[in-house]
Write a protein that binds this ligand. Sequence first.
Ligand SMILES: C[S@@+](CC[C@H](N)C(=O)[O-])C[C@H]1O[C@@H](n2cnc3c(N)ncnc32)[C@H](O)[C@@H]1O
Length: 282
Amino acid sequence: MRIDEALRGATKLLAAHSIDGARRDASVLLVSVLGGDREILFRAPEQILTEPEVQQFQKLIDRRATREPVSHILGQREFWSRDFFVTSDVLDPRPDSETLIDAVLKHTKETRAPDAILDLGTGSGCLLLTLLAEIKNAKGVGVDLSDKALEIAVKNAKSLSLEDRSSFLKSLWFENVSGTFDVIVSNPPYIETDDIAGLQTEVRDFEPRLALDGGEDGLECYRQITAEISVFLKPEGFVIFEVGIGQDVAVGNLMRGAGFENIKVHYDLASVARCVSGQSKK
Ligand SMILES: C[S@@+](CC[C@H](N)C(=O)[O-])C[C@H]1O[C@@H](n2cnc3c(N)ncnc32)[C@H](O)[C@@H]1O
C-alpha cells in the first residue's frame, strides 16, 4: 500500500468514528511508524509501505478509533517545546497550561529568580520540570497523591536531566511537605463532579479521575490549598493557580481571603482567564 493511500484510508476511518482532526491524527501516527520523518508524507507519497509498517499503522489507527488520545498511543506529549512521557495515569499536559509557565517566567524576570519552587498536583511533572529547565539554578519539589503519576514525573525528570534539581513526594497537598518556597504553582483538579460524565471521551475515559474531579462546585482543591498555603510561602512569595473557565473570580477571592496581595488574572491565547496569581506580604 502507498503512503498516500494508507493516509486516506485511515483518515476516512477516523472521521467515520467522529474524530475531530482525523487527517492530522492519522498523519502523526503514520509519521511515528515511519520513524518520525514528517516530510516523507509530502516528499514521497507514492512510497510503498512494508507489510509490518501497514500492520503497525493499522493497530495504531484502531486504538485511536476507540478514542484513545494520540499522546497515550505515542506515549509522549510536547509541552513548552519539550517532550514529556505520558500515560493514562497522568493528565496530558495542555497548551493552556503554558499560560502558567509564561506568567511565572515574567514574574521572575521582573523580580528575582526563585531558589525553591513547589508544584502541587504535579502529574507528569510538566509544570515543575519546565520551570526548572528555564530557571537554571532553581530547585523544586513536585507532590502528588498518585504513585503512578509520581513514577512518570521521575521518569520525565531523568529524561530532561533535571533529577539533581527536582524531587517528587507522595503527599495529600501539603501533608508531607516541609520548608518554605519562593514560588508555588498548582493546576489542581477543577471540573465540577457532575460535569465529568459529559466530558469528551478522550478525557473522561482515558485520563485519571483524580486529576479531573474538583468536587461539587469545582473549587474544592483551591479551598483546601489556600487554607494552608501561607505557611509554605516565603515573604513576598509568588503563588499561581491554573483555573477552569469562569473560576478566576472565585479563586481570586479565596486567595485574597488567605491574605495574598497583588492578585492578577492571566489570559491564554484564546483570551480565556486561565491563571490567577498573588503574592504573600513582606
Ligand atoms: C489537573 S492534574 C495536573 C497535572 C499537571 N500538574 C499538569 O498541569 O498537567 C491534577 C493533579 O493533582 C493530583 N491530585 C489530586 N488531588 C490531590 C491531592 N489531594 N493531593 C495531591 N495531589 C492531588 C492528581 O493526581 C493530578 O496529578
